[in-house]
Design a protein around this ligand. Structure first.
Ligand code: FES
Length: 121
């Protein structure tokens, strides 16, 4: 199945069955090492990060004011919000400091061949 991209280069409408638990969200080559990218999966917007070729998926919207965490900076297993610098653990979703007052959801990721799959609850 071929990915489609929006005007910011983000994959949208991958065409997966959003009712299935494991969603093929992107190809490994879609996300460069040290970067993140946001994907629409049904009603959710998921940020997927490539940290030294290990992949992590969390909610894309920062709970403080809605910035795209996919556009944040990666540092020591965390992503920093690009707007006001709250940081979130990529493994647990926990927030580390204000201005965010809560964490984000995390989603299990598996890589099968060149395909990144995210499990959506
Ligand atoms: S929008 Fe993320 S810290 Fe403010």
């Amino acid at each position: 199945m071929e990915s489609r991209y929006d005007d910011r280069g983000r994959t949208v409408g991958v065409g997966n069955d959003v009712m299935s638990r494991s969603v093929a969200i992107a190809k490994v080559d879609d996300i460069a090492v040290g970067n993140g990218k946001a994907f629409e999966v049904g009603e959710k917007r998921i940020a997927v990060f490539n940290v030294e070729e290990s992949f992590y998926a969390i909610d894309d919207a920062c709970p403080h004011a809605g910035a795209s965490l996919a556009e944040g900076y990666l540092k020591d297993g965390n992503v920093g919000c690009p707007w006001h610098y709250a940081e979130f653990d990529l493994t647990t979703g926990d927030h580390h400091h204000a201005p965010a007052t809560c964490g984000v959801s995390v989603y299990p990721v598996v890589v099968e061949g060149n395909q990144i799959k995210v499990t959506i609850a």
